[in-house]
Unconditional design. Structure first.
Length: 252
């Protein structure tokens, strides 16, 4: 099978079932989709596996999950995205393969992130698991047709981003939890997390509830008239409600 290089226009011979290849003339890394040849890039990981426990622990603590964790498994792999680039909207990522954790589409490419030509022999990639694209270019192009026509995006290319698949145990919980950690920016993606039990919520939340009860109790003693009492309760409830909402948001 013969295809043309997107960069230099040279005619290249591609072996059957070969989807990742390089131009023998200009060195560009390319991906052969069912409908076209696309540039193929990757981002190198910035996070090492030794950082994972610290990153995951800090993330869980922000959710009031402060018990010890034990990482059972950690494995780096490269997941494919279609990178739409150009126009006023800059760049946008769309999944190029199916995943149980669709939220990873929200991953962000750092402004300083350098796109490198994909080379299976590169030390960043060699020996690592590479997820092959399963969502065709034409499918993404059809879904983004209006934005492409308006000129919001002028280029579509394949990009493999590194993630850590991390399985861990959380003290006091049965079973193993799974997260994906972006190996470039450190963002965490998961479908589920351990439960927060009441005794593990920070004391400030209990203080807020206690103060609320004391205020209502004192108002009940001071104001005897039922209508006045209801009015005062109503007025007091507003700041207390927003205080509790603020504390709840902190736990998420």
């Amino acid at each position: 099978m013969k295809v043309k290089c997107n960069q230099c226009g040279a005619e290249l011979k591609v072996k059957p079932n070969e989807i990742f290849f390089s131009c023998t003339y200009c060195g560009s890394s390319l991906y052969l989709d069912a409908s076209q040849v696309s540039f193929h890039y990757y981002l190198a990981p910035k996070i090492i596996d030794g950082d994972l426990k610290l990153i995951l622990s800090a993330f869980l603590q922000r959710k009031s999950l402060k018990q010890k964790i034990r990482i059972e498994k950690k494995e780096i792999f490269y997941f494919p995205f279609w990178l739409l680039k150009g126009g006023e909207k800059g760049i946008k990522l769309k999944l190029a393969a199916s995943t149980a954790i669709d939220e990873i589409e929200k991953v962000v490419i750092p402004p300083a992130g350098k796109l490198n030509f994909f080379d299976p022999e590169n030390e960043d990639i060699k020996g690592k698991k590479i997820v092959a694209p399963g969502i065709a270019y034409e499918s993404v192009k059809k879904n983004m047709e209006d934005e492409i026509k308006k000129g919001d995006f002028s280029q579509i290319m394949l990009l493999h981003l590194p993630f850590f698949l991390c399985q861990y145990r959380y003290a006091g919980e049965k079973g193993v939890f799974t997260v994906l950690i972006d190996a470039v920016g450190g963002k965490i993606f998961a479908n589920s997390f351990p439960h927060v039990s009441l005794e593990k919520i920070d004391s400030e939340f209990f203080w807020a509830i206690g103060i609320t009860c004391i205020i209502f109790f004192m108002e009940g003693l001071i104001f005897k008239n039922l209508l006045v009492k209801v009015f005062v309760y109503f007025i007091s409830a507003f700041p207390l409600y927003f205080l509790l909402q603020y504390l709840l948001r902190k736990k998420r």
